[in-house]
Design a protein around this ligand. Structure first.
Ligand SMILES: *Cc1c(COP(=O)(O)O)cnc(C)c1O
Length: 375
C-alpha cells in the first residue's frame, strides 16, 4: 500500500496553527473580562457578522440548528403548519422544523445545482404552507431568484439555511440576506467555524431580531421578566471572540477553496463514470464541500481508503427516508434526484490549507481508480 502521507478530508489543525497566539490572546481577554455567556464579545461579533452579510441584524446563538428553529419560531410557525425544504440536507434543517411542531414538506433538488428545484416548489405549496426554506448546499447559493419569485407569488417568507454558505453571494446579495431570515452554523468544520458549537441568525426585520434576542435568553425582556416562553441558546463569549478573529480571514479561506475547486474541476474533467459539480458564478459558491458522483462508490471509497485519501459522504440518506421522519410517510422513489445523489456522492478533501501537492495527489488517486476500473 501507499507510503505517502495521508490526506485528511478536513484539517482544522492546519487551519488554526498559524494563529495560535492570537487565539490564546482572545481566550485571555474573555477570561479577564468574564464575559462568558453573551456579553461584549458576542455583541462585537454580531455587529461584524451583520456587516459582513449586509443585514441590519445578526443574533449570536448556540448553534445553527437553534438559528433555524428560532427563525421559524419568530415567524409564528407551529403545529398544523408546513415548511417546505429539500430532502438532500443535513438533518438539522428538518429537525428544526419538527421542533416547532410544523410538518416538513420536501421538494427535490435540481440535478445540476443540488439545491431546491424551483420547478417542483409550486406543486408543494398548500394552504398550510407557512415558509420556504432552501438550503445553500455545499456552499452554493440556491436559486434565490426562482424560489423568491414563487415565494412572492404566494406571499410566503423565505428562510435560508445558510449553514454551509458563509460569504456566498450573487454579486449583490450575500447568503443570509435574501430571505426574511438566514441561519448560519459555526460548527468547527464549517467555512467559518468556532471552537465548539455556535450559530447566528441574520435578518433585516427588527421584530424578528428582538424576538430572537429575547427567546435565546429565557424570553427575558428585562432581568427576571420573562415576556415569552423562551429557551437558553446564547452564544458563548469565547466562541464570539474566536469568530471575530476568524471572520477577518474568511474571504481568504473561501478564495483558497475556490482555487482547489477549480483545480479539481479542471483536472478531473472527462474521467469516465465520475460526475463533477456544475460550475457557476465564482462567488455564488464558497465550496464548503466539493462532492463528485460515482456509480461505483463502494469501490471508490475502498480505493481512497487504501491510498490514504480522506473523504466524506454528504449525505448518505435523504431526509424523507430517515427513520426519524418515518411518520411523514416518505418512501423510496419520492425524490429520485436526492436518492440518486445519496447513493453516489463522495466529498473530496477540501479545506483552505490543502497544499498543491495534496490536491494533486487526490487527483492522481482518482485517475488511478478510473484506470483500474477500465482494466
Ligand atoms: C451544520 C448544518 C446545520 C446545523 O448547524 P449546527 O451548528 O451543527 O447546529 C444545519 N443545516 C445545514 C445544512 C448544516 O450543514
Amino acid at each position: 500500500m501507499s507510503e505517502l502521507p495521508k490526506i485528511p478530508f478536513l484539517d482544522l489543525s492546519a487551519h488554526h496553527a498559524p494563529f495560535r497566539e492570537e487565539f490564546m490572546d482572545a481566550f485571555g481577554m474573555v477570561m479577564d473580562s468574564s464575559a462568558f455567556a453573551g456579553g461584549q464579545f458576542v455583541s462585537e461579533f454580531e455587529a461584524r457578522f451583520a456587516e459582513f452579510c449586509g443585514t441590519r441584524h445578526a443574533i449570536g446563538l448556540s448553534s445553527g440548528t437553534d438559528a433555524i428553529w428560532l427563525a421559524l419560531l419568530a415567524l409564528g410557525i407551529g403545529p398544523g403548519d408546513e415548511v417546505i425544504t429539500a430532502p438532500m440536507t443535513f438533518i438539522a434543517t428538518v429537525e428544526a422544523i419538527l421542533r416547532t411542531g410544523a410538518r416538513p414538506v420536501f421538494v427535490d433538488i435540481d440535478p445540476a445545482t443540488y439545491t431546491m428545484s424551483p420547478s417542483g416548489l409550486e406543486k408543494a405549496i398548500t394552504e398550510h404552507t407557512k415558509a420556504i426554506m432552501p438550503v445553500h448546499l455545499f456552499g452554493r447559493l440556491a436559486d434565490m431568484k426562482g424560489i423568491g419569485a414563487i415565494a412572492n407569488k404566494y406571499n410566503l417568507p423565505v428562510v435560508e439555511d445558510a449553514a454551509q454558505a458563509h460569504g456566498a453571494s450573487d454579486g449583490n446579495t450575500m447568503a443570509g440576506a435574501f430571505g426574511i431570515a438566514g441561519a448560519f452554523s459555526f460548527y468547527p468544520g464549517k467555512n467559518l467555524g468556532a471552537f465548539g458549537d455556535a450559530g447566528a441568525m441574520t435578518t433585516n426585520d427588527a421584530e424578528i431580531a428582538s424576538f430572537a434576542r429575547m427567546v435565546r435568553d429565557h424570553g427575558q425582556s428585562q432581568k427576571y421578566i420573562h415576556s415569552v416562553s423562551g429557551w437558553n441558546c446564547r452564544m458563548d463569549g469565547i466562541q464570539a471572540a474566536i469568530l471575530s478573529l476568524k471572520l477577518s480571514r474568511l474571504a481568504a479561506g473561501n478564495g483558497r477553496r475556490a482555487e482547489h475547486a477549480e483545480f479539481y474541476s479542471a483536472r478531473l474533467q472527462g474521467i469516465p463514470d465520475i460526475l463533477l459539480p456544475a460550475g457557476g458564478k465564482a462567488c455564488s459558491n464558497v465550496h464548503h464541500i466539493y462532492a463528485i458522483r460515482s456509480g461505483r462508490r463502494s469501490e471508490l471509497l475502498k480505493h481512497f481508503e487504501s491510498h490514504g485519501i480522506g473523504y466524506g459522504i454528504h449525505y448518505p440518506v435523504p431526509a424523507h427516508l430517515q427513520p426519524c421522519c418515518g411518520f411523514l410517510g416518505g418512501v423510496v422513489g419520492d425524490f429520485p434526484v436526492s436518492e440518486t445523489c445519496a447513493r453516489e456522492f463522495v466529498s473530496l478533501p477540501m479545506y483552505p490549507e490543502m497544499t498543491g501537492a495534496q490536491r494533486e495527489r487526490v487527483v492522481q488517486v482518482l485517475l488511478g481508480f478510473s484506470e483500474a476500473m477500465a482494466a
